[in-house]
Design a protein around this ligand. Sequence first.
Ligand SMILES: Nc1ncnc2c1ncn2[C@@H]1O[C@H](COP(=O)(O)OP(=O)(O)OP(=O)(O)O)[C@@H](O)[C@H]1O
Ligand SMILES: [Mg+2]
Length: 328
Amino acid sequence: MTEKDGLMIDARSLTKDFGPTRALADLSFRVKRGEILGFLGPNGAGKTTAMRILTGYLRPTRGSVHVCGIPVAERPVEARRRIGYLPENAPLYDEMMVIDFLRYTAELREVPPAERDRRLATIGKRCGLAEVLGKDIGQLSKGYRQRVGLAQAMIHDPDLLILDEPTSGLDPNQIVEIRELVKELGKDKTVILSTHILPEVQATCNRILIVNEGRLVADDRPEALSGRASGASIRLVLKAREGELDAAEVGEALGGIEGIREVQKAEGEGAGTLGFVLRDSAGADSREAVFGAAVDHSWIVLDLHREQVSLEDTFRRLTLGEQEGGEG
Ligand SMILES: Nc1ncnc2c1ncn2[C@@H]1O[C@H](COP(=O)(O)OP(=O)(O)OP(=O)(O)O)[C@@H](O)[C@H]1O
Ligand SMILES: [Mg+2]
């Protein structure tokens, strides 16, 4: 696959060591034109490191990246012409006016002088900056600062946008605004954004990569990481009935039901209740069988309902691994 086939990023076996710390371990992925890719992972997973390698600001210890067919490590300046980058905690010049800062980045990014004013007007409008162009950056709210950060990333009309936590530190209203903006931008750009805010990737991205300790642990559509494909869980609360109902015995009986993949003891609803979370096998719905078991054993069911596995569940499972297993 080459750029002609729409291959925007080809990252192969990226490994990055900082002294004894392995920040990335053999990370490979490809991104096609038009994708909005969410890059998820807990703190220290290697997201920023990967993004800095993609943008040519950091060299991998091993492995290679091509952006639009350009080998980034060998030709970083050329690659960066195709990339817009919003770094984590983007440094901005507080004492500069928004318009002057954008003019300055346009110059840095080699936007031809004759095109600069038109470009600035387009970007200012797109990023919703029209009213603050004359303000000093230091006066802006965090949401507006983030818009300025996005505007500087897009000033040279790059094909690929790499956004490192574009909504970090924003309030919920600003998050929705930036999210909408990113979605809008994604209509004609390829976007990679990193975040730990799960609803954000679900709302914005059409593909999600999850990294943990520098390794790729998932690469799929958001629906696949949350919906049916990963199965669902059943929440069950029983009346404990002092001395008559033993949690371990109930757990064992539940584990014997066909279609139930895992039984976890969970919070009930306070004293006198027993709670369980039962994991369905993919595609199964075991509620009827659970109800049948309750009848057979004369359990008093206080609650029985099904919940789709959320992206959060998947994220926790993949990034906490065995530590979370619970009993079952
Ligand atoms: N310049 C550096 N020198 C030494 N270690 C580093 C450096 N940059 C990153 N690391 C280490 O590499 C690992 C990955 O860090 P990275 O910043 O890429 O994670 P991240 O996924 O972006 O985390 P966060 O969600 O907190 O932003 C961490 O263990 C970090 O301490
Ligand atoms: Mg980071």
